[in-house]
Design a protein around this ligand. Structure first.
Ligand code: CDT
Length: 310
């Protein structure tokens, strides 16, 4: 079956520490309108798209930390994005910091949602692979304190029927782990959306700095090819509060080929840009997604993959 889905990758430029949520949401709406003019039905935004990448700062004041988190979604400041999406009949993927009380305990997650064309939240994911450190490293030009500010996600890697297909999502560092794609691949995912914030320099591991762009595309392309899925990877780019973010957004086809990326260097340097692709969002090469022929094989498959240690 041929299904056409036109997707926009809404790569964002830097967001300052004191930018208001309302101002950021206006930028997201701007991108959404551009995408809509380009006949897109879905726009993918980066990880933590409503704020500056705050895990780069050591903070102790609970109120200050929680000010970067959303207490409801949509909330007073993000309602406008949902309203505009509903008006334009646009879906979106959005990354944000989520504060939630579950089982009488407050939790903090690095979260993403998929919202359908009727502005309904159809899927939620909480980041599992939290990179960086939890300890204070004041001697570095910037820190990466995701392990301090977030709980490990508790929703697993889901897949949802939406946009006439099966879609899944993950967030940033998840893209570097094969099981991320594989778990979704085993659920028949046809498009994986992911937002990211990747610095071009890691102060405690500079030996890989020159490979930042290569590793980004390596994992997106191999994840797509090995699971026969489209992958839409969307970055924040440019110098955000003194930290250079790598950009490198792209859309990868199930063949593993990058079918679209920003053309100009300006895009990589943080000018807010967006682009789109059109392709058949169906299963082009789904036969190699699973070695068995039907979903009943899943149980057997687990045994095939994980036999006893001999
Ligand atoms: N946000 C995020 O997950 N970034 C990581 C880089 C962390 S460097 C400590 C990434 O994998 O791109």
């Amino acid at each position: 079956m041929s299904r056409l889905l036109t997707v926009a990758a809404g790569q964002l430029g830097p967001i300052a520490r004191n930018d208001s949520r309302k101002a950021v949401v206006r930028r997201l709406i701007d991108l959404m309108r551009q995408a809509h003019e380009m006949k897109c039905e879905l726009i993918v935004y980066p990880e933590l798209a409503l704020t500056s990448f705050f895990p780069r700062w050591w903070m102790e004041d609970r109120e200050e930390i929680d000010s970067f988190f959303e207490h409801e979604m949509p909330g007073p400041d993000t309602r406008a994005l949902f309203d505009e999406a509903e008006r334009l009949k646009m879906g979106f993927y959005l990354g944000y910091a989520e504060l939630v009380v579950e089982d009488h305990q407050t939790h903090h997650y690095n979260t993403s949602i998929i919202v359908d064309r009727e502005a309904r939240i159809v899927g939620k994911y909480r980041k599992i692979h939290l990179p960086g450190h939890a300890d204070h490293r004041p001697n570095y030009p910037f820190q990466h304190l995701e392990k301090r500010y977030f709980d490990v996600g508790n929703l697993g890697f889901g897949a949802w029927r939406a946009f006439d297909g099966i879609v899944g999502m993950c967030i940033c560092n998840d893209r570097r782990w094969p099981e991320t794609y594989r778990v979704m691949g085993l659920q028949g995912v046809e498009m994986v959306m992911l937002g990211y914030n990747t610095p071009t320099h890691v102060p405690w591991m500079p030996v890989y700095d020159h490979l930042t762009g290569f590793h980004n595309h390596l994992v997106l392309q191999s994840g797509a090819y090995q699971n026969s899925t489209f992958v839409v990877g969307v970055a924040k780019a440019g110098v955000e509060e003194g930290c250079e973010l790598a950009g490198g957004s792209c859309i990868v086809a199930p063949s593993g080929e990058i079918v679209l990326r920003p053309r100009s260097l300006a895009g990589q340097q943080g000018r807010t840009i967006q682009f789109r692709f059109e392709s058949r969002a169906g299963s082009l090469q789904a036969n190699h997604r699973t070695p068995w022929s039907d979903t009943a094989g899943l149980t057997a498959g687990a045994a095939i993959y994980a036999g006893p240690i001999t």
